[in-house]
Write a protein that binds this ligand. Structure first.
Ligand SMILES: *[C@@H]1O[C@H](CO)[C@@H](O)[C@H](O)[C@H]1NC(C)=O
Ligand SMILES: *[C@@H]1O[C@H](CO)[C@@H](O)[C@H](O)[C@H]1NC(C)=O
Ligand SMILES: *[C@@H]1O[C@H](CO)[C@@H](O)[C@H](O)[C@H]1NC(C)=O
Ligand SMILES: *[C@@H]1O[C@H](CO)[C@@H](O)[C@H](O)[C@H]1NC(C)=O
Ligand SMILES: *[C@@H]1O[C@H](CO)[C@@H](O)[C@H](O)[C@H]1NC(C)=O
Ligand SMILES: *[C@@H]1O[C@H](CO)[C@@H](O)[C@H](O)[C@H]1NC(C)=O
Ligand SMILES: *[C@@H]1O[C@H](CO)[C@@H](O)[C@H](O)[C@H]1NC(C)=O
Ligand SMILES: *[C@@H]1O[C@H](CO)[C@@H](O)[C@H](O)[C@H]1NC(C)=O
Ligand SMILES: *[C@@H]1O[C@H](CO)[C@@H](O)[C@H](O)[C@H]1NC(C)=O
Ligand SMILES: *[C@@H]1O[C@H](CO)[C@@H](O)[C@H](O)[C@H]1NC(C)=O
Ligand SMILES: *[C@@H]1O[C@H](CO)[C@@H](O)[C@H](O)[C@H]1NC(C)=O
Ligand SMILES: *[C@@H]1O[C@H](CO)[C@@H](O)[C@H](O)[C@H]1NC(C)=O
Length: 805
């Protein structure tokens, strides 16, 4: 009996505790596996969610970010944090705390009393006679015949099939994706993009198939959370979720590369222009003769300054195309005058597009307002816009100078104090193969554009039309160069790429003329390459002013930096009598700058030089449209300008050479010197090779000795490795003074300088890691030097042929 009672109590308490235990989570958040009439109504305040069986998806009421009593009924990825936008579907109707979701005895699903659906034109009705609402493993919310997969909003998930009548709209309602293929502007249904063919669906591994056995190239291949989204900016993109990449959605495919090709970015008569580069943000500009319709807001459109009278003229807008609210009428015109006359004659003609390529392309733009105007290098034509004869302004779209210069935005200013940098977004490592492929596509695009541009320019020149943009590199004739350098009489340096002569242009600019050796490739290629180099503007890069490509000569004309190169400041001749193989490159060849005039660089100058270099290289690697590897960073290539502002020279030239050449070149020098280990191993050369070289220069800046020297004599020992030696002194023996440059060791004040020197040495140690993937990117290096990111303890640098300790 007693046994029986105790057993009873045991069971009772056990059940009671189980009950308590069960109750606990249900107070804060209860999870349905399905929602049926016995749970109805479902109120936002109940804090309940519907979970898919595999727990990947959740549905429920979600409070709007800035108001806790307005909710949307949404579906989201359970494991994606709210900060990364986990939402995949939202109901159209928003509800407040007194709203509800209910299943009626008649089998209808009602949200706030009305049928539950997502869009105006839902394909099926949610009043479809069912008893339960389910959330499937693939994120599909199902109620009878109705499903969220058939009624999408802006987002499509893997396994969600495109079908007839299936339509996406951006959350802001401005754009739609229709017929599984076309992007259109909602307000006018004007189309601006087609996918290569109709989209079908995305599989579990992220492969987005299309009609005709093709598919979009994205990062497909492994199971991940993915989504295809029609974004509020009008572009169609595929994103993959990378928990290892700071829990973010990474863009792995996008439909449109040039954002200005998306219609509706600007109001009537305004022209869309890319900011910085073609694929990011845009802004609107009123063409000459027009002014913003609403003050200072060309986004809303532009109006004429002077209404058209009988007498009109045309203003040429280079690389601009547009349509109108009327008809476009393409005709064949024998010449420019004929095209112009056709437009002048017609009162409703707003302007015309014309190509100078002899094709006779003449597009008459008829209507009352210009529409969807945009600037694009892909437009091989100019738009001639009709303005009144009395209009005196000149065209504001002349050539492509503006964009050429802004493609690589100028980053001014030397350090101190470090500015906060919010450019982290661009530092997101690019991991997906696709992304790289897209990048190459972008570059290829720019290339083909450049080629066409050059062709266009040639044609323009032969036609006697001055369409040449100001600010591009000037093409010099060989005799001009010869005159400027007084027949190559003043040799100021011998570099790996060729001899350098000082000269003076007729306009009295002093130049350094570099005659390249062993450069292959045709004239046009060289021209294109030089255009790219000249496009790179940065305070810490030597400016390229012009070039000469004549009779097999390949000559570059640079600004002359009077200060000379860093090695002359860093390494004293009397101290380094043995480094003959590098000395010849410049030190002894500069008659204008005798040794005794040299300043000793103080600590803060050294720091500024390091930071300036890091920023310039980061700019080359990361901010230019095309990634430029320097491949030859060493003190000889760092010139010092006014106020010891460092300027990197010889960038972009490595591309004129092959990897084999570089390697043999380094072997000839007979020293590992500044070359990263991967030059000797067969590993691919990436931007991390520059990081290694930079690290070596950084260490030399601190120590004032060549990396292959110790106590004034060249080391040929296999055991001695400069970075390893410096590491031991700094971090093992804690004898900082021993690695500091003897010339200014006395000026070293551990309180004032330790932090700075420590940062420089630690950064150098990270740069000098044997494995490229362990080295930080150059952007990160700049931040490490600035002190805006924390520097973790580096590992001792070793090289494979020296072995581990
Ligand atoms: C809903 O649940 C969350 C945590 O799960 C809790 O912070 C919040 O207070 C709950 N709200 C209500 C109204 O119970
Ligand atoms: C509703 O679902 C619960 C399980 O979640 C089940 O026990 C119950 O029988 C269902 N009610 C109806 C009316 O289907
Ligand atoms: C939420 O905040 C945004 C701006 O932060 C504002 O435009 C919007 O009107 C707010 N919505 C509500 C419901 O308060
Ligand atoms: C759903 O609504 C949330 C909150 O308003 C919003 O952040 C999200 O972008 C929307 N997502 C979709 C797919 O509609
Ligand atoms: C909630 O919304 C309904 C209409 O959708 C409205 O009648 C009601 O007054 C609102 N209640 C609150 C508390 O805002
Ligand atoms: C809904 O459908 C009607 C007729 O089929 C159409 O006129 C309307 O534009 C559609 N609305 C939306 C938002 O698609
Ligand atoms: C949904 O059903 C209601 C009646 O139950 C009907 O009035 C409405 O037109 C239907 N909507 C669609 C899109 O079929
Ligand atoms: C829903 O189904 C029930 C029985 O399954 C039937 O009696 C009722 O008429 C149906 N309602 C509708 C609107 O089809
Ligand atoms: C999508 O289409 C495939 C066949 O193309 C089919 O097997 C699958 O069931 C469909 N999925 C949905 C959710 O309709
Ligand atoms: C969904 O969840 C299951 C089980 O937790 C998991 O195996 C699967 O990989 C998840 N799906 C995706 C796309 O990550
Ligand atoms: C300019 O745009 C119109 C309308 O989109 C198009 O038909 C025409 O081919 C374009 N012209 C050029 C030169 O790209
Ligand atoms: C231009 O449009 C006007 C009406 O806006 C029309 O009368 C005229 O015929 C059109 N001209 C051409 C060449 O299309």
């Amino acid at each position: 009996m007693a046994l029986c009672t105790s057993s009873f109590f045991f069971t009772f308490f056990f059940t009671f505790f189980l009950f308590l235990f069960n109750l606990q989570p249900s107070v804060s958040q209860q999870q349905f596996t399905s929602f049926n009439i016995s749970h109805s109504p479902w109120l936002p305040a109940q804090n309940k969610t519907l979970l898919s069986p595999n727990k990947n998806f959740t549905a429920g009421f979600f409070p709007l970010p800035n108001s806790s009593n307005v909710f949307t009924f949404s579906i989201w990825y359970s494991k994606v944090p709210p900060s990364a936008n986990p939402f995949v579907w939202n109901a159209t109707v928003q509800v407040n705390t007194s709203g509800s979701l209910e299943i009626t005895p008649k089998g209808e699903l009602l949200l706030n009393g009305s049928p539950f659906q997502s869009a105006e034109n839902a394909t099926t009705n949610s009043t479809s006679n069912s008893t339960q609402l389910l959330l499937q493993n693939d994120g599909n919310l199902v109620f009878g015949e109705w499903s969220s997969f058939k009624n999408p909003t802006s987002t499509v998930l893997p396994n969600q099939n495109f079908s007839t009548g299936f339509e996406l709209h951006s959350n802001n309602g401005k754009f739609r994706f229709i017929k599984s293929q076309n992007l259109v502007l909602s307000s006018t249904s004007d189309q601006y993009y087609n996918t290569p063919s109709q989209l079908l669906n995305m599989d579990d591994n992220g492969k987005m198939s299309m009609q005709g056995n093709s598919f979009l190239t994205s990062d497909y291949g492994d199971p991940r959370f993915r989504k295809l989204v029609l974004d509020d900016d009008g572009n169609l993109r595929i994103y993959s979720f990378y928990p290892e990449q700071k829990n973010q959605w990474v863009e792995v495919w996008k439909g449109i590369w040039e954002m200005c090709r998306i219609k509706g970015k600007c109001g009537p008569n305004a022209i869309c222009v890319p900011k910085e580069d073609l694929s990011t943000s845009t802004y609107c500009v009123c063409p000459s003769g027009f002014t913003p319709a609403i003050q200072n807001d060309p986004e809303k459109g532009c109006r004429r300054k002077i209404p058209l009278s009988q007498n009109t003229q045309f203003l040429r807008l280079d690389y601009v195309n547009c349509s109108s609210d009327g008809h476009l009428n393409e005709i064949k015109a024998d010449n420019f005058a004929m095209c112009e006359a056709n437009c002048s004659r017609e009162k409703t003609c707003l302007g015309f597009g014309f190509k100078y390529d002899g094709s006779g392309y003449c597009m008459l733009v008829n209507g009352t307002n210009l529409q969807y105007g945009f600037w694009s290098p892909g437009t091989e034509a100019a738009l001639f816009v009709k303005v009144d004869k009395s209009e005196s302004s000149v065209s504001n779209f002349i050539g492509m100078t503006e964009v050429m210069q802004t493609t690589c935005p100028v980053n001014i200013s030397l350090p101190l104090p470090p500015k906060d940098s919010n450019a982290t977004a661009r530092n997101i490592a690019i991991i997906c193969t696709l992304f790289a492929a897209e990048l190459i596509a972008g570059v290829a695009f720019f290339w083909s554009f450049l080629k066409r541009y050059i062709k266009y320019r040639d044609m323009a020149t032969t036609l006697g039309l001055e369409l040449l943009p100001a600010g591009g590199p000037k093409r010099f004739t060989y005799s001009e160069i010869k005159a400027a350098t007084k027949d190559f009489s003043n040799l100021i340096g011998k570099g790996g790429f060729g001899d350098v002569y000082k000269g003076e242009l007729p306009d009295h600019r002093v130049v350094a003329v570099k005659c390249l050796k062993n450069v292959t490739g045709g004239d046009a290629e060289f021209w294109a390459e030089v255009t790219i180099i000249a496009r790179m503007h940065h305070l810490n890069l030597v400016r390229l002013w012009g070039f000469c490509a004549e009779k097999g000569q390949r000559i570059l004309v640079y600004e002359h930096i009077p200060g000379g190169s860093l090695d002359k400041y860093l390494f004293r001749v009397n101290k380094s009598h043995n480094n003959n193989h590098l000395k010849e490159q410049s030190s002894s060849l500069n008659p204008n700058t005798p040794q005794q005039e040299r300043h000793v660089l103080d600590w803060s100058m050294r720091y500024r030089i390091a930071l300036g270099m890091a920023r310039a290289i980061a700019y080359l690697h990361e901010e230019c449209l095309e990634w430029v590897l320097h491949c030859d960073i060493k003190p000889e290539n760092i010139l010092l300008g006014d106020d010891f502002c460092p300027k990197i020279s010889d960038f972009g030239l490595a591309k004129l050479r092959k990897k084999e050449d570089m390697v043999t070149m380094s072997r000839r020098r007979g020293t590992p010197g500044y070359m990263a280990p991967e030059w000797i191993t067969a590993d691919p050369i990436t931007s991390k090779a520059d990081v290694y070289s930079f690290g070596m220069v950084l260490l030399e800046l601190v120590s004032g000795i060549r990396n292959f020297e110790i106590q004034g004599s060249v080391v040929r020992s296999e055991e001695w490795y400069f970075p390893g030696w410096a590491f031991d002194k700094m971090f093992k023996e804690m004898r900082v003074e021993e690695i500091l440059d003897g010339q200014i060791r006395d000026a070293y004040d551990s309180r004032a300088h330790f932090e700075m020197v420590n940062r420089m040495v630690k950064t150098a140690m990270w740069c000098l890691q044997d494995r490229p993937e362990l080295r930080p990117t150059m952007g990160k290096v700049a931040k490490m030097l600035e002190g805006t990111v924390e520097i973790t303890e580096p590992k001792k640098p070793t090289v494979f042929f020296l072995g581990e300790e």
